[in-house]
Design a protein around this ligand. Sequence first.
Ligand code: S3P
Length: 166
Amino acid sequence: MSGPLLVLVGPMGVGKSTVGRLLAERLGVGYRDTDDDIVAGQGREISDIFVEDGEPAFRALEKDAVQSALTGHDGILALGGGAILDADTRALLAGHRVVYLSMDVEEAVRRTGLNVARPLLAVNPRKQWRELMEARRHLYEEVATAVVPTDGRTPEEVTEAVLDAL
Ligand code: S3P
């Protein structure tokens, strides 16, 4: 197996799973998501892993999940929003086709501001989004072979834009 056809990266709430599923349908391939793999493997929700074990423990699980998905899946693969924080993970992505789904801070607040299930955004979403984007934008750009902005676009429009970028 030569690895996934396409890897989607980008911040939480940008639509990686929705767009990933649409792409998989359009291309007639499977869809996989490292967050789902971790939840299935642990039998716990991501938010529970953060609270019970802490973020570093989650990141270690995530790194393993990315590594196995990169070698064990040949369809569309979506990574958790923070997977690119790990330098080993970024190195593993080299040579893969990686699309960065981007959005600006206001779009992010609009889409996820009220979603308290996401442990990194529990308080003051706008400030936390600004910090997250500043810390991560260059990492997404570093691993990406293409960038597709999602601001003001429906998942179907983003899907078309990704297909155009391939
Ligand atoms: C995270 C993003 C989430 C999930 C966890 C941490 C992050 O994934 O892995 O809550 O650090 O940005 P999604 O991007 O799929 O929501």
